[in-house]
Design a protein around this ligand. Structure first.
Ligand SMILES: *Cc1c(COP(=O)(O)O)cnc(C)c1O
Length: 495
């Protein structure tokens, strides 16, 4: 692009003396700040870029055009549920009545917000088949940690102190073993069968009185429903352990199956996946944790409760007593995320929320069946919301999953998740979500088939993709090891 603003840093656009504002005279400018120690006072103006307003607008608009998001194109990232985030969610989260609240405000002045908290707790409990939810955790992994702390508190409260191990399937999301380790639990891995589900014969000998519980994702990260779940839950309960449900991707279950009904005791949900709030880039998230009846007392404080049923008034308080695991976040978590999730639930309503899981499942199976003659499908049959290919069927071209992912960018599609789960060498994990139209799915299928064809006719071109993106193939290992995060570092590299 031949554009003076494009690809430049805002500092490079700076020209001495340019302004992007005209502010009224500061009436306090004669006021001397003598009461502040001089060491804390700035003696020179900060070296900020000097730019006019139009330059700022064009600079940031051009930068945003370099970005890829759900609002710009199809984003089939597996194990991520990159569904469309309806704009009404944003309107509600940005509503001045909510977004200007302060957590230390008098409780009588925040009744509306507390009602949203309370009703979201109730809605999630109903959708998940759990007794009570806390909305305090900030992310999925934070929810896992909270849930495992509940699990540990439960055993400790019974004086059952030797339960220090948690069972995790080899297909699990990496946060599962990580959260268990942070919680001070030892991880025991249970193997998967060739069909991708937990191997019950491998599980049996692991179960004894040192097991605190088992973490499961269902459907698992391969998008396969764990059909032995009833038996697994029975075995774990018989040995005295609790069942933890990783509901980061509750999406495929919505309206069909409730984790609480199939043997799970504790779970978390990622609102920033299933409940259509934005995610990516480490932004604010929310990982509410639900528990079955009898485990509420271990949940964190504070908690929102209904004070007066008749008057519809709410309070938030140190609700759970001595057995509570304490506080795991500042105040009550990320309210704006909850506002979006609650809006999403209300806009769908009872009737439409039932269609989320089935539509997500239909879309995933449609893509899988349309591509399995050219991409290797290691586990056949009906999947749920996502599935995994093991690279191209024809491996003779030398074109890898990474190459296919990079080439997709040239066609305006975000890449699927690659090289996860770790069960296959060339894993390529696709999750389309229920929000995509058939036209989009067809366009994606056509491009995936085209890339399979290009791999045969021009493998070098695919291996050197992307060709049409603002930046080409990057060294992601180096970027992770030596990130360049400031303007000063970048300019010193260029000189
Ligand atoms: C995304 C995800 C997590 C982790 O959620 P974060 O909010 O990123 O911490 C855990 N488990 C599964 C299955 C996931 O897909």
């Amino acid at each position: 692009m031949n554009n003076v603003y494009y690809g430049k840093l805002i500092f490079e656009l700076s020209r001495e003396g340019r302004h992007g504002y005209s502010l009224p005279k500061n009436e306090m400018s004669d006021y001397r700040m003598d009461f502040l120690p001089s060491a804390l006072l700035r003696s020179e103006a900060p070296a900020l870029p000097e730019v006019d307003e139009m330059t700022v607008v064009r600079h940031y608009t051009n930068m945003s055009n370099n970005n890829f998001g759900v609002d710009t194109g199809f984003y089939p990232l597996g194990s991520c549920t990159m569904k469309y985030n309806p704009k009404i969610n944003e309107d509600m989260a940005a509503h001045p009545s909510f977004c200007n609240l302060h957590p230390l405000q008098d409780v009588n002045t925040v009744q509306g917000a507390l009602e949203v908290y309370y009703k979201l707790q109730e809605s999630l409990a109903e959708l998940a088949g759990m007794k009570e939810f806390t909305l305090n955790p900030f992310a999925g992994a934070h929810g896992e940690l909270t849930g495992l702390m509940v699990m540990r508190s439960y055993h400790m409260s019974r004086g059952d102190e030797k339960r220090t191990k948690v069972i995790v399937p080899d297909s699990a999301h990496g946060t599962n073993p990580a959260s268990a380790a942070v919680c001070g639990l030892d991880v025991v891995v249970v193997k998967s069968r060739p069909d991708g589900t937990v191997d019950v014969d491998d599980l049996r000998p692991l179960l004894d009185d040192t097991i605190a519980g088992m973490m499961m994702t269902n459907p698992n990260t391969l998008g396969i429903f764990e059909h032995s779940i009833a038996e697994i839950a029975k075995l774990v309960h018989e040995c005295g352990g609790l069942m933890y449900y990783d509901g980061a991707n509750l999406n495929p279950m919505l309206g069909k199956v409730r984790p609480g009904d199939i043997g799970f005791d504790i779970m978390h949900i990622n609102l920033h996946k299933t409940f259509s709030t934005p995610h990516g880039g480490g932004g604010p998230g929310s990982g509410p944790v639900g528990v079955r009846a009898g485990l509420e007392q271990f949940l964190p404080n504070p908690h929102v409760v209904r004070k007066d049923l008749d008057e519809d008034t709410y309070r938030y308080d140190v609700e759970f007593g001595d057995n509570s695991l304490g506080s795991i976040s500042g105040f009550l978590g990320n309210f704006a995320v909850m506002m979006r999730a609650y809006t999403y639930i209300l806009t769908l309503g009872h009737e439409n929320v039932k269609n989320v899981g089935p539509l997500a499942t239909l879309n995933a199976n449609y893509i899988k069946e349309s591509l399995k003659d050219v991409y290797e499908l290691p586990i056949g049959g009906v999947c749920k919301h996502e599935f995994v290919f093991d690279g191209l069927k024809d491996k003779s071209t030398g074109v890898t999953t990474l190459d296919v992912a990079k080439r997709l960018l040239d066609y305006g599609f975000h890449a699927p998740t690659i090289y996860f789960p770790l069960l296959f060498h060339e894993a390529l994990m696709v999750e389309p979500c229920e929000t995509e139209s058939k036209e989009t799915l067809d366009a994606f299928i056509a491009v995936m088939r085209k890339i399979a064809e290009e791999a045969k006719t021009d493998p070098e071109m695919v291996k050197s993709a992307p060709h049409h993106t603002p930046v080409r193939r990057l060294d992601d290992t180096l970027a992770a090891l030596k990130p360049v995060v400031t303007y000063a570092e970048l300019s010193s590299m260029e000189n």
